[in-house]
Design a protein around this ligand. Structure first.
Ligand SMILES: Cc1cc2nc3c(=O)[nH]c(=O)nc-3n(C[C@H](O)[C@H](O)[C@H](O)COP(=O)(O)O)c2cc1C
Length: 341
């Protein structure tokens, strides 16, 4: 309700300024002890060995440095994913790099993994009081050649292993040159081999198994998706997030901002992402859980992702357009759906 009043004001601001301002205000209210905590319970679900209080999570990219975990936790998410974080800090692409397309209920971003680096993220996590499920999404620095990408993922995996409930391997952002090449069979085989071997070592070392999750693009052709599914099974990857933003601009030609380079999220991504979830569900046959994300703008959309085969969902752009009430509405819709559980 409050968000409905604030949104017109926020939408008069440059999108990145509105983003920073909203999160800082939320954190400020949290620090003053004035942010009422909300929690939405559902049927208990154990996925990847983790107990999720509800199936609705925050997608990566909103809190890249884990600077707002406690405040975001108060909104009632069942889990929170922070990042993408890279080994070294980097500024990301020059501004403007975030664009609202209100007529389409969409966003285009080419942030380019702006973040303060993995060490800073860890300091923020240590300072937070969050006891819930925390995913940490990792990537490579923009200037690391793609054939050396595995080293960046290894550095991050090592450092965050003990702090993460699960780790997401992001190989699908369109804003880091050649990153999506890591979805090709040979490259992905190599990367997953290295990361799975390291996970086994770290698990022994820490006496804690931290699941590995792979996040994929919505723009994959069927044969490529099939090859990815086989590799996920070969390496016993613990989960898959479908999907990241899209580079397609179907049906958006009439909007001038649609010409901006970057990843498109929100309503126009919904069907594309749901189709990937459906195909993956068919290929994986429930061997690997699916986290569905992309264009969830209403409770109905949330339910649709579960019906397509997702075990959990995440939201980002829907929060910008509809505010945190979307979390409660999505939990309620999923938890009363006959497809849930
Ligand atoms: C501004 C912005 C930044 C994002 N940054 C990341 C990121 O750093 N890492 C990542 O894996 N996904 C990132 N995403 C993608 C989201 O996590 C999500 O997969 C995508 O936006 C689709 O969901 P949505 O339609 O609910 O937004 C970003 C999305 C947006 C809008």
């Amino acid at each position: 309700m409050l968000y409905r009043l604030l949104r017109p004001l926020l939408f008069t601001l440059d999108p990145e300024t509105a983003h920073t301002l909203s999160l800082s205000a939320l954190q400020h209210i949290q620090n003053s002890g004035l942010l009422p905590g909300r929690s939405f319970a559902c049927k208990p679900r154990k996925i990847m060995g983790l107990d999720f209080p509800n199936p609705v999570g925050l997608a990566a990219g909103l809190d890249k440095d884990g600077a707002y975990i406690d405040a975001l936790a108060k909104l009632g998410f069942g889990f929170i994913e922070v990042g993408t974080v890279t080994p070294r800090p980097q500024p990301g692409n020059p501004r403007p790099r975030l664009f609202r397309l209100p007529q389409a209920h969409a966003i285009i971003n080419r942030m380019g993994f702006n973040n303060h680096g993995v060490d800073h993220l860890i300091e923020n996590i240590k300072r937070s009081n969050f006891q819930g499920i925390l995913g940490i999404n990792i990537g490579k620095n923009f200037d690391t050649p793609v054939d050396k990408a595995a080293e960046d993922y290894l550095i991050c995996l090592h450092k965050i292993y003990r702090y993460a409930s699960y780790v997401t391997i992001n190989i699908s952002s369109p804003n880091t040159r050649n990153l999506r090449q890591l979805q090709n069979t040979a490259e992905l085989d190599h990367l997953l081999h290295i990361l799975k071997t390291e996970q086994t070592k770290l698990s022994d070392q820490h006496g804690k198994y931290t699941p590995l999750v792979v996040k994929i693009a919505p723009d994959l052709e069927s044969p490529q998706l099939e090859a990815i599914a086989l590799l996920l099974m070969k390496y016993r990857i613990d989960g898959v997030i479908a999907t990241n933003t899209t580079i397609s601009r179907q049906n958006l030609d009439h909007l001038p901002l649609s010409k901006e380079t970057g990843g498109l999220s929100g309503a126009p991504l919904k069907t594309l992402s749901t189709q990937v979830i459906k195909k993956l569900h068919g290929l994986l046959q429930e061997a690997i859980p699916i986290i569905g994300v992309g264009g969830i703008m209403s409770a109905e959309d949330a339910k649709e992702k579960i019906e397509a085969g997702a075990n959990l969902i995440q939201i980002y752009t829907g929060l910008i357009y509809h505010g945190p009430d979307l979390i409660r509405q999505s939990v309620e819709a999923i938890c009363t759906s006959p497809h849930d559980g």
